[in-house]
Design a protein. Structure first.
Length: 134
């Protein structure tokens, strides 16, 4: 199914209608991707030490239903495609058993000067395998 990252909605993430603000969902998805990378042994600081970073180049987000105060959500994260110097990530946010939001992103893999680089073999293998327990 994918890597699961739990998130609890906080009051300051709500819009005037008492729903999670649309921009907050993009942050939730980023938390899921960062958690995925950390669980496969590549937290952000480790990637930077290796001279690598993921740069988001495209985001497609679909909002299906809203979340509200103190809802417990789960971000599901999967690497859908892995190319030589980029990746495509597929994500969902669940409220209970219901999918309330989906996102697909494309991310370039670059050096710290933002020049595209090939995904190192060790990172490719870890991303394909996913976090332990999947």
């Amino acid at each position: 199914m994918g890597h699961e990252t739990p998130i609890r909605v906080r009051f300051y993430e709500l819009d005037p209608y008492n729903h999670v603000n649309h921009a907050t969902y993009v942050q939730y998805f980023e938390v899921g991707r960062v958690d995925f990378l950390g669980k496969i042994g590549y937290p952000m600081d480790e990637l930077a030490e290796q001279g690598l970073q993921f740069v988001v180049t495209e985001i497609t987000t679909k909002f299906l239903r809203s979340a509200g105060p103190e809802d417990d959500l789960v971000v599901i994260t999967e690497v859908a495609e892995l190319r030589r110097a980029s990746s495509v990530w597929s994500q969902q946010i669940l409220l209970g058993d219901d999918v309330i939001c989906t996102q697909r992103i494309k991310a370039a893999i670059t050096d710290l000067d933002s020049r595209p680089v090939r995904v190192p073999k060790h990172l490719q293998e870890a991303m394909k395998a996913g976090p332990p327990g999947l």
